[in-house]
Write a protein that binds this ligand. Structure first.
Ligand SMILES: Nc1ncnc2c1ncn2[C@@H]1O[C@H](COP(=O)(O)OP(=O)(O)O)[C@@H](O)[C@H]1O
Ligand SMILES: [Mg+2]
Length: 330
């Protein structure tokens, strides 16, 4: 949208320059510097992303961005233009997977702040998202990793277990790739509300753990930091959601690759490799004997709730391959 910059110039009443930021695979993101030294972040939303189901409707994303700003965790919204937002530029460091692994405490605190804020305008379920993506893949004949559909009974089992004793939903980001966290001094802020919606907070944590390649012990530490208690039941809930993150976002790549071909070609990104990587991580966790224990723990079926067996083989002992996230290379 070439007009967005002109609209910013008009709003600012002075010349502005745009410096593109190479970020995610979805929208046009740029730093904008005004002649007087002020700086903003321009986010021009690509309607094809939400049309393909890869993001929530743009009006919802904008409304939720405003609410996250109200919670003090998202950047302030300075100016709204048709299909674009001018945001507070957060002077800080964008996190990478290594940093997210090193900072479970501040990351949990950032989530708590978001979740304690105003509710979002829409609800979000990772199970419905998976179904939606799968329907798109079937309708358009899109390539999915071999054996994907064989895992659907396990998805149903996870959903039944989580629904047996659900947590109250909270305004969740739902896509906390490391690159959506910005560290500003002692606090961590959160950007990019493309998939936001009220959801099980345990998905937020499981998704963070999946995207930053958390070891199971670190996943339990994140759960403890967030919930403020050492609960095997809650930790297991987060770990089942980690599996759902890998399974569902596998299809994000299939859909993005298949339906946004032009964008995908320009990104120079190996979508199949990314989908295969996420799916392999999900399969590894589903086939591990520890999977049944997670289901039992979430349902409260293991008497006395002993400490989760995160260091006794199974899920915990396997080194995780490095994930690349839904980010453009370089
Ligand atoms: N408000 C902001 N202030 C500073 N940097 C930002 C801001 N928003 C985004 N960024 C930077 O731009 C990158 C991409 O932005 P993001 O909103 O996540 O776009 P995408 O939807 O393409 O992932 C982020 O990873 C971060 O480095
Ligand atoms: Mg992003």
């Amino acid at each position: 949208m070439p007009d967005a910059l002109a609209a910013v110039r008009e709003w600012a009443g002075q010349p502005v320059t745009e410096t593109p930021i190479k970020g995610g695979l979805s929208h046009r993101i740029a730093r904008v510097d005004a002649a007087d030294g002020r700086r903003w972040l321009l986010r021009v939303l690509d309607p094809r992303v939400s049309a393909a189901g890869l993001g929530i409707p743009l009006d919802q994303e904008i409304a939720n961005t405003l609410r996250a700003a109200e919670a003090g965790i998202g950047p302030r919204v300075l100016h709204r233009m048709p299909g674009a937002l001018l945001l507070e530029y957060l002077e800080g460091t964008t996190l990478d997977a290594h940093a997210v692994r090193a900072l479970p405490g501040p990351v949990a605190a950032a989530c708590r702040r978001l979740h304690a804020g105003p509710r979002f305008v829409n609800d979000f379920s990772i199970f419905r998202k998976l179904e939606e993506f799968l329907a798109l893949c079937r309708a358009h004949g899109l390539r999915t990793p071999a054996g994907y559909e064989d895992r659907l009974p396990a998805v149903a089992e996870i959903e039944r277990a989580l629904e047996a004793d659900p947590l109250p939903s909270a305004p969740c980001h739902n896509d906390l790739l490391p690159e959506n966290f910005i560290r500003c001094g002692d606090e961590v802020r959160i950007v990019d509300y493309q998939l936001s919606g009220n959801n099980d907070p345990a998905f937020e944590l499981g998704d963070i753990a999946a995207e930053a390649d958390y070891h199971p012990d670190l996943t339990c530490q994140l759960a403890r930091a967030y919930f403020g208690e050492d609960s095997p039941r809650l930790a297991a809930r987060v770990r089942l959601n980690l599996i759902m993150s890998n399974l569902t976002w596998t299809l994000w790549f299939s859909v993005h690759h298949g339906l946004l071909r032009e964008q995908a070609a320009a990104a120079g990104f190996d979508y199949d490799a990314e989908a295969a990587d996420k799916f392999a991580q999900a399969v590894r966790d589903l086939e591990d004997p520890g999977f049944g224990r997670l289901i039992d723990d979430v349902r409260g079926l293991r008497p006395g709730f002993p400490t989760p067996r995160t260091t006794q083989g199974g899920l915990s002992d396997q080194a995780k391959p490095a994930g690349r996230g839904r980010q453009a290379p370089g």
